[in-house]
Design a protein around this ligand. Structure first.
Ligand code: FE2
Ligand code: FE2
Length: 164
């Protein structure tokens, strides 16, 4: 796909994150099932529900702005998901795997935060006023999820919490 204009780049970037979110709708359930800590498992389930809504928000952006998404695969997310799956294959279920899953999930959130931050900036520059609040809503959800994961990381890293 030729990416000559900011509009082209916006459509490409939106198509890329659309692919990323779709991949996550399949991966988050696996992360939840691999978690030992029930709160962590629940957090992955909650974010799975949010991710479905995020996919729907991209559909709304497409509709409101009259865009056509490209059929591309987000290879960055493919790699991040693959690394998460490697952890599940290699580490037995327990607090160490939980710590690994939190780290893998935070890499995903940081990728998404970067992607939606960029999309918000592009949408503003392109005057796509209908798209900005939708993209911002998802950006805020990704940030909140990242913060929640940071809190889990601190708990999992705390031996007293681990024994409890
Ligand atoms: Fe997402
Ligand atoms: Fe996310």
């Amino acid at each position: 796909m030729a990416r000559k204009t900011l509009e082209d780049l916006f459509i490409y970037s939106l198509s890329d994150i659309y692919s990323a979110e779709k991949q996550l709708t399949r991966a988050l359930g696996k992360l939840s099932r691999a978690s030992t800590n029930p709160e962590l498992a629940q957090a992955f389930e909650t974010h799975l529900q949010e991710t479905h809504e995020q996919v729907a928000r991209i559909d709304q952006v497409v509709e409101k702005c009259g865009l056509k998404l490209k059929r591309i695969k987000c290879v960055a997310m493919e790699g991040l998901v693959e690394e998460g799956e490697e952890l599940v294959d290699e580490i037995e279920k327990g607090p160490v795997l939980d710590a690994g899953l939190i780290g893998a999930a935070q890499k995903v959130e940081h990728y998404e935060i970067a992607a939606y931050g960029t999309l918000c900036a592009f949408a503003k520059q392109l005057g796509k006023d209908d798209a900005v609040p939708l993209l911002k809503a998802t950006l805020d959800e990704e940030k909140a999820t990242d913060q929640k994961l940071t809190q889990f990381a601190e708990k999992v890293g705390n031996p007293q919490a681990r024994q409890a």
